[in-house]
Design a protein around this ligand. Sequence first.
Ligand SMILES: [Zn+2]
Length: 212
Amino acid sequence: MDQEIRIRPNDVLLVIDVQNDFCPGGGLPVPRGDEIVMPINHMASRFEHVILTQDWHPRGHLSFASSHPGRKTYETIYVAYGPQVLWPDHCIQGTAGANFRSDLQIPHAELVLRKGYHREIDSYSAFYENDRKTPTGLAGYMRERGLERVVVAGLAFDFCVRFSSEDAHHEGFEVVVVEDACRGIDVDHSMDETHRALGSLGIVCVSKDHVH
Ligand SMILES: [Zn+2]
């Protein structure tokens, strides 16, 4: 966490899912998720390139416990592509819960990438849906724009931040996670697993105070 990061012209700040439903009072609240909004605004003002992701599900999405009668929220089931945690309904297309937090102020963000819009596939990662095969197009966008390093912040650390960071690494991008500009959910030790997974790939976790 104490490594210093100097922002380069071909860096992009990837802001994951800072939406009403992921903050306290929302449909799938990440504890203290609201605390990262101001630090992310502050950090974003120093980046030339910022991309926002937006979780964006149709009603009746496969990842919702409500789509599986008899199942409970936060339970894991097996679907065609493997394990899937069942979430409370969240980020339904066109609803207030799916909106970005109104205090997220990054007017110069150059791309809003929506994900999770296929009813039968969840998408934690900004790069690939949970079948690990369906690309979102973000890797191609970044290559075409000459963006080489991804600095990741947002919600939730142990799901969408984790999988976006891992996929960015596998796509050949350099990755830095700003850990104190993220908050986690912690389902079945997912926080520990995330630290282990990022560490095993050599992905650097830093503090927002060390990004200049
Ligand atoms: Zn979702």
